[in-house]
Design a protein. Structure first.
Length: 305
């Protein structure tokens, strides 16, 4: 079975506080084969912002740099668990604008804005970053909490991967602290509108060998909300069901391009709580609240809705 949901995000008047990303700590690790000296310093500016200063000396040319970007979220036991993002990028392609991966574009904008690491390969000599901070306008909205952004740097020009170094940035996704403490009861305006996701279209397709009588419909409830109805008959038991989840973003030419997420997970493991994959938990919460498919495998011959 295959489905497609289209939605738009738009502003709805709300006085929800703005979410910002404040750096709490930074760590820099290097391989002396490539880097002779390195320095990473973090300085708090106010309650909402901290800036980083970074310096290093590359002592041999790096001709084909690759980075692996991973995000971890701190759980209730103060342990960092993988969170949504794990991607590998060739920085030579990103900086020379031969690669337009969404994560690559974010990194390129940060490099162009805060560093001298803004030219094509190779890299050698003094590399620095000045007054670096995480601009919330570049990132999607994260749930509140503490995150670790890991950038693992490699050189893969010859003989496989050579470790160059790793940058770990610990970030607090938090509500902006209002610095003006004067109280007022008049002319309260919403500084930042709330972002909502409204379904615009839904499409479903299925293999008749497994599913029959599949129907999908969408109904607008108000300006900010639309609801979806799914129905289908499972004709043979499903014992080991997997889901591939992809997100596409519409471009200026009205064509859809891959956007950030492309992952596959086993539904049976998620529902049986043998896997706690981040996207799987999101999927389980939706299934639990809105469908009759909230049970362990197999999915027997039944009406699925």
């Amino acid at each position: 079975m295959r489905g497609r949901l289209e939605y738009t995000e738009h502003n709805s008047c709300s006085c929800d506080p703005k979410i910002i990303f404040k750096m709490k700590k930074i760590e820099c690790l290097t391989n002396p084969k490539f880097v002779s000296t390195s320095l990473c310093v973090l300085k708090a500016i106010n309650w909402n912002k901290a800036i980083a200063q970074m310096d290093c000396e590359i002592i041999q040319p790096v001709r084909n740099m690759t980075v692996r970007v991973r995000v971890y979220k701190q759980d209730y036991n103060n342990q960092y668990q993988p969170f949504l993002i794990d991607v590998i990028l060739n920085m030579c392609n990103v900086l020379s604008k031969r690669n337009f991966s969404p994560y690559g574009v974010i990194i390129r904008k940060l490099c162009e804005r805060f560093t001298n690491f803004n030219h094509s390969c190779p890299f050698i000599g003094h590399i620095m970053a000045r007054n670096l901070y995480i601009d919330e306008s570049l990132l999607p909205t994260f749930p509140l909490g503490i995150y670790q952004f890991s950038v693992f740097i490699m050189e893969n020009h010859v003989n496989g991967f050579d470790y160059i170094g790793e940058i770990k940035i610990f970030v607090h996704a938090m509500e902006m602290v209002k610095l003006n403490r004067r109280k007022t009861t008049k002319n309260i305006n919403c500084a930042d509108p709330k972002i909502v996701y409204k379904f615009k279209n839904v499409e479903c397709s299925a293999n008749p060998k497994h599913v029959e009588n599949l129907t999908c419909s969408i109904k607008a409830v108000d300006w900010n909300k639309a609801i979806v109805q799914f129905d289908g008959d499972i004709v043979v038991p499903l014992y080991n069901c997997s889901v591939q989840f992809e997100v596409f973003k519409r471009g200026y030419t009205n064509t859809y391009h891959p956007f950030l997420i492309n992952t596959t997970f086993n539904v049976c493991d998620i529902l049986a709580k043998r896997s706690f994959f981040s996207y799987g938990r999101i999927w389980v919460n939706l299934v639990k609240d809105y469908t009759n498919a909230y049970h362990t495998c197999p999915f027997e011959v039944n009406r699925l809705r």
